[in-house]
Design a protein. Structure first.
Lengths: 336, 272
């Protein structure tokens, strides 16, 4: 039985449809990442699950029970907000204890669970402070802790890492993965960062304009993107896509090889060289009328210079074909 | 302020003098013996006496109107802030049909000129047997105080981030619990401001108090002071002493609550 099920869920706002007919079955213990650019409806989807908004159409089931019109407090979920939403007038301890108090857990149990969660997250020294006295990273931990102590049916996380600096973001990301493995609780994780999606998700739901574009495991989304939008949005550096013979062709920067001129499928001139340390990203202008820059990843130690003439070989088994009009994947040729 | 020149200091000084001078004059005159009140006016006090204040409490029993005013203004303030906060919360956060017309109606209520509703209210209060009673004053005051309270608090609640209450709801709190535990503590400055304004309004109100009280035992401070004037003489000294006494509680309330208003409690609620 699925932990959370969305069946044909839509949400209309006065400005238009934020979520259009989305159906997802989230398995027990799964970490589903909802990925999409801003305005894609991913946060609205999370609010619908939390009960903070009510869907215009469709049903939402949690643990097999229809909760579509239940208020948030009846759903037993915990949510981590993007800006943390810590109660500024309460100490960290009271912030953590609030949810338990509201659910009438007895005082000794509350104290034990708060201490436990605080130790788990390394914030036990901060329990008597107010949120204003904490750093961004510490606030983020308190927000996580507030969700943890509840031992809810599922966690909802709304871009929990987007307000952290890059170093902290990377380490917290790993900690979240660890936490999920340890707790085994269902999580729904909203982000616009495809790297977070790829590394954290057991499955990824890619959204655009309120629509579910693809729902699959990270590798499957990466290898067989359902359409041009997903192909371009997932994977870094982004996939090269160009138009040829009435369809769109795509190839990832890792699947292009740099050869001597004349040895590949097409020749071109190096325009930009970006040395990332672990690899080098090269932008090549192919010798074609109005050609866009082709992104190619080469080994970091490879000598390559701007203005250099090169040949490009596209690995034929890694080419993606999309319908020129609809952008949908055409599977016949490449997917064997 | 980095603006240079003498323009601003002069304007500020003129304003301060214009505001302070009448108050100073009142304090000074209330301490001047009756016989000298109409002598050549002077800004420097020569003889200071407490006779007017003594007369105020001994001849006129000024405690009675003070107590009356405190009771009426206090009850009006408490009821109006408590009920107003609940109404304002609903208006600021909940979605329901006809909210905009309802708020417009609330505002419209406060737009009637007071004098236009004195007579109908008099008739209603007489029929209800509430003339010359505390409820007979507090109820009409509420009809004016509530719209003010509701509108001030709706504006204040709306500017508080709704994330916090949503977090509380997901945490398992009901609407009222989220209101009491999260919103109210954060809205303290707004509540204090609203309470002060309501208190000031009720404390200073004159027309209703004059119309709906019948005898000295129910007079409020403004009415009592206004009715000091006898048939043959106007006891200016006592009137001014009464005015000073009436100013003290108001000044005290503002000074005490000011700190609350200035303290920005909402800082640190969200990132940044």
């Amino acid at each position: 039985m699925s932990a959370i099920a969305l069946r044909g869920v839509s949400k209309a706002f006065p400005g238009g449809l934020a979520v259009r007919d989305v159906s997802i079955e989230i398995a027990d213990g799964e970490l589903l990442v909802v990925l999409g650019p801003s305005g894609s409806g991913k946060s609205t989807l999370l609010r619908l699950i939390a009960g903070l908004d009510e869907p215009t159409a469709g049903r939402i089931h949690i643990g097999g029970r229809d909760v579509t019109s239940d208020p948030p407090q009846a759903r037993d979920l915990a949510m981590v907000f993007q800006n943390y939403a810590l109660y500024p007038h309460k100490t960290v301890r009271d912030n953590l204890a609030f949810g338990l108090r509201m659910r009438r857990v007895d005082a000794a149990e509350v104290a034990a669970r708060v201490d436990n969660a605080a130790r788990l997250l390394g914030i036990d020294a901060l329990l008597e402070r107010k949120p204003a006295q904490l750093s961004g990273g510490q606030r983020q931990r308190v927000a996580l802790g507030r969700a943890l102590v509840r031992q809810p049916r599922a966690f909802l996380l709304d871009e929990p890492l987007s307000n952290l600096d890059p170093v902290l973001r990377a380490s917290t990301r790993a900690e979240l993965a660890l936490l999920h493995r340890r707790l085994g609780t269902t999580m729904v994780y909203v982000t616009h960062d495809q790297e977070e999606a790829m590394t954290l998700g057991t499955r990824i739901a890619v959204m655009r304009d309120g629509r579910l574009e693809q729902l699959d495991t990270p590798l499957e989304v990466f290898r067989r993107p359902a359409n041009v939008f997903v192909a371009r949005f997932v994977g870094s550096p982004a996939m090269n896509v160009w138009r040829s013979d009435g369809r769109d062709l795509g190839i990832r920067p890792h699947d292009v090889e740099v050869m001597p001129p004349g040895a590949g499928d097409v020749d071109g001139q190096v325009e930009v060289v970006e040395r990332l340390g672990t690899a080098t990203l090269v932008h090549v202008r192919a010798d074609r009328p109005d050609s866009e820059l082709v992104r190619v990843v080469v080994a970091a130690d490879r000598a390559i210079a701007v203005q250099e003439r090169v040949g490009l070989r596209l690995r034929p088994d890694r080419l993606h074909y999309f319908d020129e009009r609809t952008g949908e994947r055409i599977s016949v040729e490449a997917d064997l | 302020m980095t603006r240079r020149g003498w323009g601003w200091p002069v304007v500020t000084a003129v304003l301060v003098v214009a505001l302070i001078l009448p108050l100073y004059w009142a304090v000074l005159s209330s301490l001047t013996p009756e016989s000298r009140l109409f002598a050549a006016p002077s800004l420097v006090p020569r003889a200071l006496v407490l006779t007017h204040y003594r007369a105020l409490f001994e001849e006129h029993d000024f405690w009675v109107p003070i107590v009356n005013s405190l009771v009426v203004a206090g009850v009006t303030t408490v009821v109006s802030v408590v009920l107003g906060a609940l109404c304002a919360y609903a208006a600021a956060r909940l979605r329901f049909r006809g909210k905009a017309p309802l708020l417009a109606f609330v505002l419209a209520v406060s737009m009637f000129p007071q004098i236009a509703i004195v007579s109908p209210l008099y008739v209603v209060l007489r029929a209800a047997g509430l003339l010359n009673s505390y409820p007979g004053l507090a109820l009409p005051y509420l009809s004016f105080a509530m719209p003010l309270t509701i509108w001030l608090l709706v504006g204040y609640f709306r500017q508080l981030p709704s994330d916090l209450e949503e977090a509380a709801l997901v945490d398992g709190a009901g609407r009222l619990q989220a209101f009491r535990e999260i919103l109210l503590p954060l809205a303290w400055p707004g509540l204090a401001t609203t309470a002060i304004l309501t208190f000031l309004y009720s404390w200073n109100e004159f027309l209703f108090a004059l119309s709906f009280t019948l005898g000295p035992e129910r007079y409020t401070v403004p009415v009592a002071i206004a009715l000091f004037r006898g048939q043959y003489q106007v006891p200016w000294g006592q009137i001014l002493a009464g005015a000073i006494v009436a100013t003290v509680p108001v000044a005290a309330v503002v000074v005490v609550a000011q700190r609350r208003i200035v303290a920005g409690l909402a800082s640190g609620a969200v990132k940044g």
